[in-house]
Design a binder for this molecule. Sequence first.
Ligand SMILES: Cc1cc2nc3c(=O)[nH]c(=O)nc-3n(C[C@H](O)[C@H](O)[C@H](O)COP(=O)(O)OP(=O)(O)OC[C@H]3O[C@@H](n4cnc5c(N)ncnc54)[C@H](O)[C@@H]3O)c2cc1C
Ligand SMILES: NC(=O)c1ccc[n+]([C@@H]2O[C@H](COP(=O)([O-])OP(=O)(O)OC[C@H]3O[C@@H](n4cnc5c(N)ncnc54)[C@H](O)[C@@H]3O)[C@@H](O)[C@H]2O)c1
Length: 447
Amino acid sequence: MMTIKKYDVGIIGSGPAGLAAAQDLKKAGKSVVVIEKYLWGGTCPNYGCDPKKLLLAAVEAKESVTFLADKGVKGHNAIDWSALMAHKTQFTSKVSESTLASLATNEIDHVFGQAQFVNHNTVKIGATDTTIKATDWVIAVGQRPAKLTIPGADLAIDSEAFLSLATMPKAIAIIGGGYIAFEFAAIAAGAGAEVHLIVHNQRPLKQFNEELVKRLVNALEKRGVIIHYNMQVSAISQDNHDFVVHSNQNSGIKVGKVISAVGRLSNADTLALNHAGVMYEHSGVRVNQYLRTTNPHIYAVGDVANSGVAKLTPVGAYEGRYVAKVIVNAQQSPINYPAIPVVVYGTPKLAQVGVTLEQAENQPNLTSHSLDMTNWFSYYRMGEPVVHAKIILDDAGVIVGATVIGTHADELINYLTSAINQKANYQDVTNHIYAYPTIASDLPYFF
Ligand SMILES: Cc1cc2nc3c(=O)[nH]c(=O)nc-3n(C[C@H](O)[C@H](O)[C@H](O)COP(=O)(O)OP(=O)(O)OC[C@H]3O[C@@H](n4cnc5c(N)ncnc54)[C@H](O)[C@@H]3O)c2cc1C
Ligand SMILES: NC(=O)c1ccc[n+]([C@@H]2O[C@H](COP(=O)([O-])OP(=O)(O)OC[C@H]3O[C@@H](n4cnc5c(N)ncnc54)[C@H](O)[C@@H]3O)[C@@H](O)[C@H]2O)c1
């Protein structure tokens, strides 16, 4: 028998973007249903940001001991990968359950299964007879890993599988030169693997400042990561329990695992959007400045939306909250994004916000200065070998952009992001009392 349910708003996808919209729409008095086909909570807490940073914690703990090895800390330290993985799984295994509990507490309905549009306001759930009608829909279905199109591509594992590896092989190859490739290289090298990072051009992390990327590359090379530039992978083959990466450069790299980290693809093509009059392209669902799709009652948020900004958890949540306001008519202005900080969680971390150095070069009212902070007290005391910042100021002394490398670059970039959003200059920053000595109490020295 066919079940038809009706709601004010239906949300497809239970990641950070969909959940943020759901919570705010419910608070505004709407009846809401969230549909999820896989793990409740989406990519970030189950097989993205959170497990990745959890694994990194052990690598960083090991590193900080190494930094102080001849400065008062004695003893051997090593990573027990299976214990670390158990710690990770203990966290991730509870995410779906706690997400569902939070939906129940907030009286938001949920339906498990793959959603597909059957017409402009109706969605069918997988192979079931459940059909959901809603006045408005929010598409928040995210992205999936892109696949290589070479012979043996299926022998490579994706980011989700890497984050659940039962054992860390002696040697691994990571194909890609972006966020995931660098972050996983740091984790695997820290856990003791010989890492081959295979970059198909000569400019990895191309959205980041080239000089600071070189410092990150040098730091990884010092930890034993082997970076192969301009290497075009032509095939992957299996050799007993090992895999061989074939390319234009050598007779093959033999490793225990090959990880593909060559970008992510929009899930827009999985929703039968043609039945609902919603257009999409390769980079996601087409949206206007209100995140409305080509169907005025259907919105798209988060990674799946072709909104032209970085595809990150806090950006998706921001878009989800914005769309909730648009749907309840509490927002009449186009979406306006604050400064968006981006971080590569490597060893060290590389972070960037606001105007880039490359953009500043063509603007005569902007100046930049470069600060080697290795000997600043905050970092000297921890023995950190690579800490550097580049700060961009306008002619009124207001900070407009920053790039930072260091173990605490992720925290520091948030302070600098606040300064940018507040249009703060030297006086504004020195007018605060910061606990000393801390990363924040260094801020006045950035001007
Ligand atoms: C390895 C990795 C590390 C990352 N690290 C960071 C980081 O450190 N910081 C950061 O900000 N971002 C990071 N990201 C990106 C971040 O995870 C995403 O930007 C974020 O999860 C996007 O949220 P979303 O809600 O748009 O999509 P998602 O979190 O991907 O959620 C979409 C949900 O929709 C579901 N779905 C898809 N199709 C359907 C359907 N037809 N019916 C029902 N449900 C469906 C999916 O199963 C999924 O649960 C990382 C990503 C990866 C892969
Ligand atoms: N710290 C973070 O915030 C974080 C971490 C991980 C992922 N993410 C999100 O997930 C997205 C995906 O991450 P990603 O690292 O997979 O993508 P990415 O877009 O950052 O990098 C993909 C890399 O793969 C390379 N590449 C593309 N095709 C290739 C091919 N055929 N052979 C070899 N190399 C190829 C590209 O040149 C690029 O260097 C990011 O863009 C970001 O939105 C964010």
